[in-house]
Design a protein around this ligand. Structure first.
Ligand code: HEM
Length: 450
């Protein structure tokens, strides 16, 4: 393993790094990765490692997973929503493996094809709604992220829970999640102090309660209908989980299953709408329309959407929705000849940094889907938008189906896509990486002869 030296900034430099991480985490994580070595921040009595080398990151997540825990402070915060769910649960007494084994089959084969039908149906409805509202004029959307978020929430709720979420529920879930995520971001930036007093913050308590109420409604409806054959039925079945775990997994899948996909899709569209991406837009349109002149895409078509898929993969490289992973070392971890991470250390895997670094990628900051033409690139060491090792994203097959299918439907329907100020939209680093401003978009109609 190519162990580079470990940089140990002075206490003063460490304070500078923390100040920068607080002010602009996106840029600071990228700059740290450009140093090409691990960074051991100087915190009294604690190890704090930022891992920038992809080989070491993979080695930690794949070979040393059992020496790591997700019990970091920032992850403990997330446990207000879904403490016993798959994302945050620890591997104590085999609890995590039991849940993982239970849900893993629901993201493959026939299940995925079934979800694809839901993705295309809901996307079609969204496009028809836009067309209805635009009364024959070109379509103007003044909050693309909001529209895509509503779509992905509808998809996840129907696909995994067979629950048709209403407009009012979408509104409530969204505004409650915004409030909770905003509070977490504020807490992380202020060393976790606001979070310690969260029970006194009524807007936080009410928001958590509203999201939990939604999960309760989903469970009550399911008890009435008794439907079988989906993720919720598996969670509630005889081989399934206890009441607390069921509820926490509804919250986990609701959140993990729509937040990341939303931001990934929005950033793909932002990149594709730029002037210099005109050729890429043309290639996607050509690809989609040659395969689907007059019908809706299916799961089977995905294999043929090669360039569309690469565009989505490339957006996940430049704008990874989960920009860092955090872990704590349960024991001393020897990761190289001269590099041991001491027990109790806090570890940050710098995904955004390594995926955007010239150390791993040629012309790293340029959006270029063609770099994924070589099959090896998607499994490259320095590409891990879905994480790595046993805790790799269980929903990644769904995300890699949903993202390209939605893109295909948009590019099949519209002649062009123009996003206002696409060059100056920045990242708001929170639970994922949302755009820092409203994304305003104009979709033009297809030219008549196409
Ligand atoms: C582009 C979309 C997505 C991205 C970038 C993404 C990213 C990730 C990453 C990086 C992890 C690992 C976290 C860690 O190691 O700490 C993860 C875990 C997870 N993701 Fe995703 N995800 C996406 C979509 C989805 C979808 C669609 C679902 C469900 C329908 C989902 C459900 C989960 C769950 C339950 C876990 C925890 C898995 C475990 O610990 O066993 N994700 N995701």
């Amino acid at each position: 393993m190519p162990i580079q030296e470990v940089i140990r900034p002075s206490m003063r430099q460490t304070l500078g790094i923390f100040a920068q991480l607080r002010a602009d985490p996106w840029q600071e994580f990228k700059q740290l990765a450009d140093r090409g070595a691990e960074v051991d921040l100087q915190i009294p009595r604690k190890g704090f490692y930022i891992i920038n080398d992809a080989g070491i990151a993979r080695n930690l997540l794949e070979a040393h997973d059992s020496s790591l825990t997700k019990g970091t402070k920032d992850q403990r915060m997330l446990r207000d929503l879904g403490a016993h769910g798959l994302f945050t649960i620890a591997e104590t007494d085999g609890e995590w493996s039991r849940q993982r084994d239970l849900v893993e089959p629901l993201f493959h084969g026939a299940m995925l094809a079934q979800y694809a039908g839901i993705v295309t149906e809901k996307t079609r409805n969204m496009i028809l709604r836009w067309e209805g509202l635009s009364e024959g004029k070109p379509i103007h959307i003044d909050n693309l992220e909001g529209q895509i978020r509503n779509l992905t929430l509808r998809i996840i709720s129907t696909a995994l829970f067979d629950y048709e979420i209403s407009d009012q529920e979408i509104e409530e879930v969204n505004s409650s999640l915004n409030s909770v995520f905003g509070f977490y971001t504020d807490s992380v930036r202020n060393f976790g102090i606001p979070w310690l007093f969260r029970q006194f913050k009524s807007s936080f308590v009410e928001s958590v309660a509203k999201i939990e109420d939604f999960a309760d409604t989903v469970i009550t409806r399911r008890k009435e209908s008794g439907k079988t054959g989906d993720l919720l039925a598996t969670l509630m079945g005889t081989e399934g989980l206890n009441d607390e775990e069921i509820k926490d997994n509804i919250l986990t899948f609701l959140i993990a299953g729509h937040e990341t996909t939303t931001t990934a899709l929005v950033w793909t569209l932002i990149e594709l709408s730029k002037a210099e991406a005109a050729e890429y837009r043309g290639r996607i349109q050509e690809e989609i329309r040659s395969i689907l002149p007059d019908r809706t895409p299916t799961m089977k078509d995905l294999r043929s959407f090669k360039f569309t898929r690469r565009a989505f993969q490339e957006a996940l490289r430049l704008h990874p929705p989960v920009s860092i992973l955090t872990r704590k070392a349960r024991e001393d971890i020897k990761v190289g000849e001269n590099f041991t991470i001491p027990k109790g250390s806090y570890i940050v895997i710098n995904i955004v940094g390594m995926q955007g670094s010239e150390n791993s990628w040629h012309d790293a900051q340029t959006f270029n889907p063609d770099r994924f033409r070589e099959e090896g690139h998607a499994s490259s060491l320095a590409y891990m938008p879905f994480g790595a090792g046993p805790r790799i994203c269980v929903g990644s097959p769904m995300a890699m189906m949903e993202g390209p299918l939605i893109l295909a439907m948009l590019f099949k329907e519209f002649g062009d896509v123009k996003i206002k100020d696409s060059d100056i939209i920045n990242h708001d680093v929170s639970a994922s990486i949302r755009p820092d401003q409203k994304v305003v978009v104009d979709f033009s109609a297809l030219p008549a002869k196409l």
